[in-house]
Ligand binder design. Structure first.
Ligand code: G3P
Ligand code: MG
Length: 249
């Protein structure tokens, strides 16, 4: 089961504040069928969508995300930094995001961001949240830069996993075999044609992040990459990827 050629990055981070419900809805509105979001833990173990270790860049607060607890979540504005239009947009809990994703009929690449938290704790919490949703196996893919997190996840779940790397390391295949991964996700700015061939001919899918230019995306895909993570819908690049009815949900 492959994802799409264009996968909304952090929801659709170019058009709405990243890793928010607004960003997920915007991806669906723009006709995308798959999105990627980052999941991590608050200090009290609550699973939330968030990219950074600190609140500074994408909220109206400062300090470490880990210092937050569930009850403080509603006091954080994760939308105003992007635009006044999104003022008051909360940091979403994973469960709420999963319900929305299910309602919108999207596929989800959930990236495990350990960001200093214990891998096992994150995996347990994510599995618990996934267990409460009825998203199908075909709609889900779990990825991480953290090998231990993926090993832990694949030990406890049959869901498809993908290894994220900045650059393809020499031991990538051993790592992928250890987790039974279906795909490799690489930094588009650092991938070579030789690496594309190596990964694809070994039978793995290959996706690249983060590609905001249509011509770059087309070039990668023409050279064997399955798809790209993008902050924008890259409309018109591969119309077959887009849902036929736009703006319906
Ligand atoms: O999963 C692809 C991409 O999101 C990985 O990098 O830093 O945007 O989470 P980052
Ligand atoms: Mg990510």
């Amino acid at each position: 089961m492959t994802m799409n050629k264009v996968i909304g990055h952090r929801g659709l981070a170019g058009e709405a504040p990243e890793n928010t419900l607004a960003s997920i809805s915007q991806a669906a509105r723009q006709g995308l069928s798959w999105i990627e979001v980052d999941v991590t833990l608050l200090g009290d173990g609550t699973t939330v969508l968030f990219h950074d270790r600190r609140l500074n860049r994408t909220t109206n607060h400062t300090g470490r995300l880990k210092s937050l607890t569930h009850t403080k979540l509603t006091t954080i504005d994760a939308g105003s930094w992007f635009s006044a239009q999104f003022a008051g947009e909360p940091i979403p809990e994973l469960g709420t995001a999963l319900s929305l994703i299910k309602d919108l009929g999207l596929g989800l690449n959930l990236e495990l961001k350990t960001n200093g938290c214990h891998e096992g704790r994150l995996v347990d919490a994510v599995l618990k949240a996934l267990g409460k949703t009825d998203l199908s196996r075909e709609q889900l893919r779990i990825s991480s830069f953290n090998h231990r997190a993926l090993v832990c996840f694949s030990t406890h779940s049959q869901l498809p996993v993908a290894h994220l790397f900045d650059r393809l390391p020499l031991n990538w295949r051993r790592k992928a075999e250890r987790t039974g991964a279906v795909a490799i996700h690489l930094n588009a700015a650092k991938v070579s044609q030789k690496q594309i061939l190596k990964v694809r001919s070994a039978g793995y899918e290959l996706y690249c992040y983060t590609v905001n230019s249509q011509s770059f995306a087309r070039n990668l895909i023409d050279n064997g990459v399955n798809g790209v993570f993008s902050d924008y819908p890259l409309e018109g690049l591969y119309p077959m990827d887009l849902k036929l009815i736009r703006g319906g949900k």
